[in-house]
Design a protein around this ligand. Structure first.
Ligand code: ATP
Ligand code: MG
Length: 566
């Protein structure tokens, strides 16, 4: 029933456009892209898509890609985010080299450009309040009304705009607006605001130097133009803004990059918007931006996602011109695929049950050889101590098993991974009837699996009680129970869809001693349990591991990955 085919990559219309531009000599055959985050939150997997597109395209065409912080709104931006964003891009595997820019470095230049537009009679100072501007704007079906300040003289506008910059007017009392067309069918062209006054909040880089700040529409094309960008790739919501992007550059008659829009990444069981993500952080629903349940790059790093898997995922979904929702299982598939190749195996018992081998000598310890990664022989082998008292997983024993249970049960036999066959002879219970220990006998001749004729339908993992170390395991699950967390009952909000079991902490898990050398960020497969990563909360006394993903590839069950694509 399962459809195992990875969804086909959509036709890459962006690369087609770029190839044509190169052929026709537009931009002199150059390719120069940019990734322009606003430093108002951490990057999420949607940004990863944009990063991969911009950096990959630059590389493929022998071009360049800038990292530019679009820091035009001091009310939301912070230095903390600048540093986090840089770290995340590097972690993802991309390098902007010496091409790090800040929109705020262009404020002076932008101001000069604004003066040029005023002098051309293409911009004016408007005294309407933000609410009035909205009212005057009209609707999709009705044209807007012209501002009573639209006919101010050029001289008056120049004077007022200079005084706006000097800080003579209170916040919200004046804006600079482009004089375009109040009845344009495209609302974005109805005299959009270019500058607003923001006074009491310091900018993270220019502090109080400026009290007028450019809007996205005014600033973005200028930033691209100043940097000599050729192809300004952005998400689909800017398609209706492109006429404005073009209008400003045309009016100024300056270098004119080409804006191309692509579909945003949406994914099931998560929200990809800084607004919602920062709410989760502020309301302490998660531990922070790097909580392993967050769809942020910092969260995914902490969850143990290899950056390679994220890059492969982004390349596979490719670029499309229509919005779609990608199943999160596709991302998890790439994570598993990568970890299966790269993560070393270890034995860890999460819910320990004591197993005593009655016919095994009291003090004897054997060093058994275990393969570190069957997918990668170069990873070699390690030794695991075996002794009389072991721990196995509680789930691997049943007192009254159904027929199809192939693991351990009274009178039944099972193979221990890298070790012997054991047969259960007795179940020990406490006063209230809980199983506290099981007793077995082992078959000393069964150690060499290739010489043993018996087939075991199950092979279970174990650790030696005397030698194991205790670790903390954090079992993370999806943060939301609903495919679309933004679909919530009236009177509630998206937190109504939170998964109450998205984190389960298990304190005293038993791990083979070899795991003691793990360092924060090291990734493993705990045999038969899942993929785990060593968490930075780990101390000398206790290692902490986060579950990255379970072993089960739910992907096989999935019919379609593009759930809402036409
Ligand atoms: P958010 O809605 O999460 O706040 P944003 O678009 O406001 O995102 P920016 O920092 O302005 O965040 O985005 C930087 C770049 O990343 C932009 O070019 C934007 O188009 C792109 N981007 C943001 N979210 C996605 C997404 N989900 N899929 C693809 N690209 C995205
Ligand atoms: Mg934005």
């Amino acid at each position: 029933m399962g459809n195992k085919k990875i969804p086909e990559r959509p036709v890459d219309f962006i690369r087609e456009i770029i190839r044509e531009d190169i052929k026709s000599g537009r931009f002199g055959g150059r390719v120069h892209t940019r990734f322009p985050p606003e430093p108002n939150g951490y990057l999420h997997i949607g940004h990863a898509k944009a990063i991969c597109i911009n950096f990959d395209i630059a590389k493929e065409f022998g071009g360049k890609c800038n990292l530019r912080f679009d820091d035009t709104n001091p009310a939301k931006e912070e230095e903390e985010y600048v540093e986090a964003i840089k770290q995340d891009i590097r972690w993802l595997g991309y390098d902007w080299e010496d091409r790090l820019y800040f929109a705020s470095d262009y404020f002076e230049k932008m101001y000069e450009y604004a003066m040029i537009l005023i002098k051309k009679g293409k911009a004016y100072v408007c005294d309407l309040s933000p609410e009035e501007i909205r009212e005057y704007r009209g609707t999709l079906t009705e044209p807007g009304k012209e501002s009573p300040y639209r006919q101010r003289s050029i001289e008056e506008n120049l004077d007022l705009f200079e005084r706006m910059r000097k800080g003579e007017f209170p916040e919200g009392s004046k804006t600079l607006r482009a004089k375009i067309d109040m009845s344009s069918p495209n609302i974005n062209l109805r005299d959009p605001v270019m500058y607003r006054i923001i006074k009491k909040i310091p900018h993270h880089r220019t502090e109080y130097k400026w009290c007028i700040y450019p809007t996205y529409d005014w600033a973005h094309g200028l930033e691209d133009s100043i940097e000599g960008i050729t192809h300004s790739l952005c998400s689909l919501e800017y398609e209706n803004h492109r006429p404005l992007y073009d209008w400003f550059l045309d009016q100024l008659g300056i270098y004119h990059p080409r804006q191309i829009e692509f579909a945003r990444l949406n994914m099931t069981y998560t929200v990809l918007s800084k607004r919602y993500l920062s709410e989760l952080v502020k309301r302490k629903i998660v531990r922070g931006w790097d909580d392993p349940r967050m769809p942020t790059l910092a969260g995914m790093r902490r969850a143990g996602y290899p950056p390679e898997a994220i890059r492969k995922f982004c390349r596979q979904i490719g670029v499309a011109k229509t919005d779609s929702v990608i199943d999160i299982e596709l991302l998890e598939h790439f994570v598993r695929e990568c970890l299966n190749r790269t993560a070393q195996r270890r034995m860890v018992v999460i819910n320990p049950l004591k197993l005593v081998i009655e016919n095994y000598p009291e003090e004897k310890v054997e060093e058994l050889v275990a393969i570190n990664n069957p997918e990668n022989p170069d990873d070699g082998t390690r030794k695991i101590p075996f002794s009389k008292v072991l721990y196995i997983e509680k789930d691997d024993f049943m007192e009254n098993p159904p027929e199809k249970f192939y693991r351990l049960a009274p009178g039944r036999e099972v193979r221990l991974r890298y070790a012997y066959f054991v047969k259960c002879t007795e179940v020990v219970k406490d006063a209230s009837g809980n199983i506290v220990e099981i007793r077995c006998i082992y078959d000393p001749g069964s150690r060499n699996i290739s010489q043993d004729k018996r087939k075991s339908k199950a092979i279970i993992h174990w650790v030696s009680a005397k030698h194991c170390i205790e670790i903390e395991v954090r079992l993370y699950d999806r943060l939301f129970i609903k495919k679309d967390p933004l679909e919530f009952p009236e009177g509630t909000d998206f937190t109504a869809n939170l998964n109450p079991n998205s984190l389960k902490i298990i304190e005293n898990c038993k791990a083979e001693p070899y795991l003691a050398g793990a360092k924060s960020g090291d990734r493993f497969q705990f045999e038969r349990i899942g993929y785990f990563v060593c968490d930075p909360d780990s101390t000398q006394q206790k290692l902490v591991f986060n579950r990255t993903v379970s072993l089960k590839d739910e992907w096989q069950k999935i019919k379609k990955f593009f759930t809402s694509q036409p």
